[in-house]
Design a protein around this ligand. Structure first.
Ligand code: GLN
Length: 562
């Protein structure tokens, strides 16, 4: 039986053709790096992929990074933060894994929904095709139909770049990861050995009782990969101490990789932004460039060195409280925490982030807010902790502490102001009190009929026209900006004139719909709420203007109180 793979194959002149012989020269010069993980999860595969992408960009190459996740959810949009950490939103509205946040922060590439793929999406697509009759009555199977779909996404994910890095979620040996690994094996076969590199992240644990590092788990996870027909080219070993020459040789010999291709990934001391430098010192970029025959210049690591210098030698120190509901989770507000650090980088300030559980403010009072130089309320859904967030906003407004509200945090800013400045005691969002007499935040008509949960919010990038003379206009330094959204409820325009007259001015609106996107408290050093998620567009080398302005205000506050 002849199966049409839909994948390119090499034509006579080295040009690449799809199976139906459509010339597709775009992929002619493209190279692929596949990143897998072994032994345990949470090895920092995403950060390794992001750092490698950063280093290749430092050599002048165009890079894109994408993630394949073996779970059956179509996207993480409906998954609990306990399960999945933050949902990272792209310009096109795709709700994706937080690793895409690392990719965008470490590289200049702007990602799209083509760069995020779950098993759920693959199966959904294949089943839709089967229902449409696209397979012409054939038996639909994991190989080739599921694997073809995966290979297709590798091709689509990196159009126009020199190198596409694809990270596979999960751990080698997981049953659900097998179709992905099989697709990668086939892809290497199709694209040619010289165009593909496999990078395997693994753990080299220190066993206290034996007093030594153990390479066996890495050997076994590489053996697992080889069983499927994949031989890793590079090993990145997560370890808490130097692996030493002897272990390096052992790993090289038993895992069948070059001695120069065994890398150590030590736990970083201060910041994740040290990782590109750590890997550059070991010349990982050289090995990849050589292995793939890439044409590029020498590495210019200066931007990363400057980022790390600013982090390690700060001129100022500030304390910023983040008042949220998933405060105990490491990953729930990942991009928010990173963006705060970026704001610090912009101002040569080290920021100590104080995580404050919103519910504690309801039961234990505001003691935790004392002495903070800034307060931030991030996005969120659901009733829990709402009153605590309102308490935090009131504290910041009355005490003139810099305050920054993101998405739900902006809605909180409005509710607090309406209640305590306008005197509308029961003002609320209809999300939390559908019967409120003063729905200052409410649902748009278009959202009222929505019944399904996945992908039905105002999602992705929208324009925002900034108000002349506002703090936001000054911070951005331009009239029109684009920011990413993920919410259902909106500022209620019916209250706009009253709120503005009392001092909560509108800092920006959507020029197409008129929706209010930014509010600012007048007569306050910095109290800004944004209906969007600025944290998805901040990078260490390009801190988001409003995060930079917020931390600047916090620095001023800290200087005035010392
Ligand atoms: N729950 C609010 C809404 O849906 C805010 C969402 C968010 O903060 N992302 O509008």
């Amino acid at each position: 039986m002849k199966v049409q793979t839909g994948l390119p194959s090499r034509g006579p002149a080295g040009l690449i053709f799809f199976a139906e012989f459509t010339p597709c020269p775009t992929y002619f010069f493209m190279k692929y790096i596949f990143v897998t993980g072994g032994v345990i999860s949470s090895l920092g595969k995403g950060l390794t992929a992001a750092s490698l992408g950063a280093l290749l960009e430092c050599r002048g190459l165009k890079v894109r990074i994408q993630k394949f996740d073996p779970y059956l959810n179509v996207d993480p949009g409906t998954m609990s933060p306990y399960q999945h950490g933050e949902v990272y939103v792209l310009n096109d509205g795709a709700e994706t894994d937080l690793d895409l946040g690392h990719y965008e922060r470490f590289t200049s590439g702007v990602l799209s929904r083509l760069n995020s793929l779950s098993s759920g999406q693959v199966y959904e697509t294949v089943i839709q095709k089967e229902r449409r009759g696209d397979y012409l009555g054939k038996t639909v199977q994991v190989i080739p139909h599921i694997t073809n779909e995966i290979k297709d996404r590798i091709l689509k994910g990196g159009d126009g770049v020199d190198v596409l890095i694809t990270e596979i979620g999960g751990t080698t040996g997981d049953i659900e990861g097998l179709p992905f690994l099989e697709a990668l094996r086939q892809f290497q076969h199709d694209a040619g050995r010289e165009n593909v590199v496999f990078l395997h992240c693994t753990l080299v644990p220190f066993i206290k009782a034996a007093g030594e590092l153990k390479t066996k788990p890495s050997q076994q996870s590489v053996a697992k990969l080889r069983e499927i027909g994949i031989q890793p080219d590079l090993l990145v070993c997560r370890t808490d101490r130097p692996i030493g020459e002897e272990n390096r040789q052992k790993l090289s010999l038993y895992c069948n990789v070059g001695l120069d291709a065994v890398f150590e990934c030590r736990d970083v001391e201060h910041s994740i932004y040290e990782l590109p430098m750590q890997l550059a010192e070991q010349r990982i970029d050289d090995v990849v460039v050589k292995r793939l025959g890439l044409q590029c210049g020498p590495i210019d690591i200066a931007p990363w060195r400057e980022i790390v210098r600013r982090l390690l030698e700060p001129k100022y120190r500030v304390r910023v409280g983040v008042v949220g509901k998933y405060i105990e989770l490491q990953d729930a507000y990942k991009s928010v925490y990173e963006s705060i650090v970026h704001g610090g980088i912009a101002n040569e300030a080290a920021v100590e982030i104080v995580r404050i559980d919103a519910e504690d403010l309801e039961t234990k009072g505001t003691a935790q807010l004392e002495g903070l130089d800034g307060i931030l309320v991030p996005g969120g859904f659901g009733n829990r902790g709402i009153e605590g967030k309102i308490i935090a906003a009131r504290f910041a407004r009355e005490r003139k502490i810099p305050f920054y509200g993101l998405c739900l945090g902006m809605q909180i800013t409005v509710i607090e102001f309406a209640r305590h400045v306008l005197g509308l005691k029961e003002a609320h969002s209809t999300e939390f009190n559908p019967q409120t007499p003063d729905p200052v935040i409410h649902l748009m008509e278009s959202q009222k009929s929505v019944v399904t949960k996945g992908g039905t919010m105002r999602l992705g990038q929208f324009d925002c026209a900034l108000t002349p003379g506002s703090k936001s206009r000054a911070a951005y330094g331009q009239d029109l900006i684009q920011e990413r959204h993920r919410h259902r409820f909106e500022y209620n325009d019916a209250y706009r004139s009253k709120l503005e007259a009392a001092g909560l001015i509108v800092g920006g609106t959507n020029p197409q719909s008129g929706l209010v996107e930014i509010v600012e408290v007048q007569d306050h050093p910095f109290m800004v709420g944004v209906q969007y998620h600025p944290e998805f567009q901040s990078k260490p080398n390009r801190p988001h203007p409003l995060f930079a302005a917020f931390i600047k205000a916090a620095v001023v506050k800290s200087q005035s109180s010392c």
